[in-house]
Design a protein around this ligand. Structure first.
Ligand code: GLU
Length: 290
């Protein structure tokens, strides 16, 4: 690959469990693409999932990534020009983005619970985590944003609402993926109006990811193929916020030797379990099947 000074890639683990060999494959790919481009690699701690995040998993991913031999130049352990590198410390940036989306009329308040949404649709949308939103609150009158709460603590006694991005129904979102080539997703069919701000006063993954990748001047996002449809959603957010999107390179998902997709609960294939069994990083990576 030609040397591309200015390349900035990132590793963005969520400290909700131990890293497994699937993460190792994706992160090694991200690191090698950054190294081949002569660029920088940034480590970001995606710790917004308040119910599932544990500090022990932050210490664990730092240790596991070092064991894999990966090197980054900015991160929660090193600091850097775009600090802080933990999402839980970046809430004012996400709130500012929500205010811009609100001022531009891109979002609307939604009172549906996850259960309401599941009940209102025939079936969860295949292959994607978020069910297609049936549009129940789409035409609700726009209300002002509630005041920003200190660090999303959720002190208010008001019934909680989420904020949803109104997708342009029927528009085809296209991008060229570095691995999978040309991609097309139809807004309103392949994915629906999606949550950008959660009822607990915290940004949803889609918004936090876009805000940070833009603020940290990431030029290429390398991540798992399960996020291809999220990339289409995120491209709509980049446009609404007037931000320039990075390039995208999705890694094929790896499975274990029985063909099952790896999840964090697959503890036997966690990097630390394998390390404790005496495997080297290279031997650990051989346990996967692309
Ligand atoms: N923290 C997110 C995850 O682990 C990052 C996804 C992404 O790379 O955008 O799924």
């Amino acid at each position: 690959m030609a040397l591309r000074p200015g390349y900035r890639g990132r590793l963005a683990p969520s400290p909700t469990g131990y890293l497994h060999v699937g993460h190792a494959c994706t992160f090694r790919l991200a690191a090698s693409r950054a190294a081949e481009a002569g660029g920088e690699l940034i480590l970001r701690n995606d710790d917004l999932d308040r119910d599932r995040v544990r500090p022990v998993y932050v210490a664990a991913f730092l240790e596991d990534l070092r064991w894999l031999g990966l090197k980054w130049t900015e991160g929660p352990d090193l600091g850097g020009p775009h600090a802080p590198y933990s999402q839980s410390e970046r809430l004012p940036l996400y709130r500012a983005a929500l205010e811009r989306l609100h001022a531009g009329g891109w979002v609307y308040p939604c009172r549906c619970s996850r259960r309401d949404i599941l009940a209102a649709i025939a079936a969860p949308h295949a292959g994607d985590d978020e069910p297609l939103y049936p549009g129940t609150c789409r035409n609700a009158p726009l209300v002002p944003l509630p005041p920003a709460e200190p660090l999303g603590k959720g002190t208010s006694t008001e019934p909680r609402i989420s904020w949803r991005f109104r997708v342009p129904d029927g528009e085809t979102v296209t991008f060229r993926d570095g691995h999978f080539g040309d991609q097309r997703f139809v807004a309103g069919a392949d994915f629906g109006d999606f949550v950008v701000w959660r009822p607990d006063g915290l940004p949803a993954y889609q918004l936090a990811c876009v805000v940070d990748d833009a603020a940290m001047q990431i030029t290429e996002v390398v991540r798992g193929a399960d996020l291809l449809a999220s990339t289409a959603r995120q491209l709509l957010l980049y446009r609404a916020l007037g931000l320039v999107p990075p390039a995208f390179h999705h890694a094929p998902l790896v499975t274990d030797a029985t063909g099952q997709r790896l999840a964090k609960r697959h503890d036997a294939l966690s990097l630390r379990a394998l390390r404790e069994r005496g495997l080297t990083p290279a031997e650990a990576l051989k346990l996967t099947r692309p």
